[in-house]
Ligand binder design. Structure first.
Ligand code: ZN
Length: 288
């Protein structure tokens, strides 16, 4: 048999998939980027249906149950709420990051490869608090509320109004999230962990007593290999605080959903205008 016939070719463009490591590849790298990018909108749509809200649902359920439970169980529920906070924030930061890269990198890839760490958490909080609104929205490829009608001429008036409301609400929720501040960012980064299994929410334990952990506190603990220390971040789990945290989770998930709604509106608008979505409004280059 001719060996060439066994050579893997790209499913899309039919060109040989180069390099030995690629012998199981079904597409060449460029076609795979296109494949993913063409599905940006579908991915975001399905993600916003369930993915985004799951954090809020779990946190709210834990919070409701907390009121009825005995102290040891309350701690478990409190820790779960904190975990949902870290996850919701991680989701939002990843989404924000991916939408900023939109048009340059597939949203699905940027989101799934995103890793929340101390630097990215701090960077995000700093950015949403300090970037002028126009610049923040431009970064996400979204128009200012007052510019929606002009930027999206194909939108019916009713949808223009809705889009304006969505962008305004998103800005409000981002500000609210940002006001949680630097401390929250730090706690977050620690909870999210610097590596895959490097973080844990822990209850009081004997050796943590050195940190003076009170009975009403849980701690986010992570191993910091760089500084060769164990980071312990104590969080009081009184109801008021937890309620505030649930409110923040709400704000973050709503911000994510509105961000997706707005982005999808822009995809649709650009599709109707007959151009492939790019944030800078230029047509996408033909790669083939
Ligand atoms: Zn190809």
């Amino acid at each position: 048999m001719d060996e060439r016939s066994l050579e893997t070719v790209c499913r899309e463009c039919g060109r040989p998939v180069s390099s030995h490591r690629d012998d199981r590849a079904v597409r060449c790298a460029a076609c795979f980027d296109d494949f993913l990018s063409e599905r940006d909108a579908e991915f975001l749509g399905s993600y916003s249906e369930i993915g985004v809200t799951s954090r809020r649902i779990v946190a709210e359920t834990c919070f409701r149950a907390l009121v009825m439970e005995s102290p040891p169980h309350r701690k478990v529920l409190a820790m779960n709420i904190m975990e949902q906070y870290a996850l919701a924030a991680s989701d939002l930061v990843a989404l924000y990051h991916a939408l900023k890269q939109r048009g340059r990198a597939p949203v699905m890839r940027t989101m799934s490869q995103f890793k929340l760490d101390r630097a990215s958490a701090m960077g995000f909080f700093h950015e949403i608090m300090n970037t002028p609104t126009l610049e923040l929205l431009e970064g996400l490829g979204l128009p200012m509320p007052d510019a929606v009608a002009a930027r999206c001429p194909s939108l019916p008036e009713r949808d223009v109004k809705e889009m304006k409301r969505v962008v305004e609400q998103m800005l409000y929720d981002l500000q609210f999230t940002g006001r949680m501040g630097e401390m929250a960012a730090l706690a977050l980064a620690q909870m999210a962990g610097q590596n895959r299994d490097g973080s844990a929410l822990v209850q009081q334990s004997a050796w943590l007593d050195n940190y003076g952990l009170r009975g009403d506190q849980v701690a986010a603990m992570s191993i910091d290999e760089e500084r060769r220390t164990v980071n312990v971040n104590a969080i009081a789990v009184d109801e008021k605080k937890l309620e505030h945290i649930v409110t923040s989770i709400n704000a973050m998930t709503r911000a994510a959903q509105n961000m997706i709604y707005a982005a999808l509106t822009m995809y649709q608008e650009d599709e109707r205008a007959g151009r492939r979505t790019r944030k800078d409004g230029r047509p996408a280059p033909d790669r083939r």
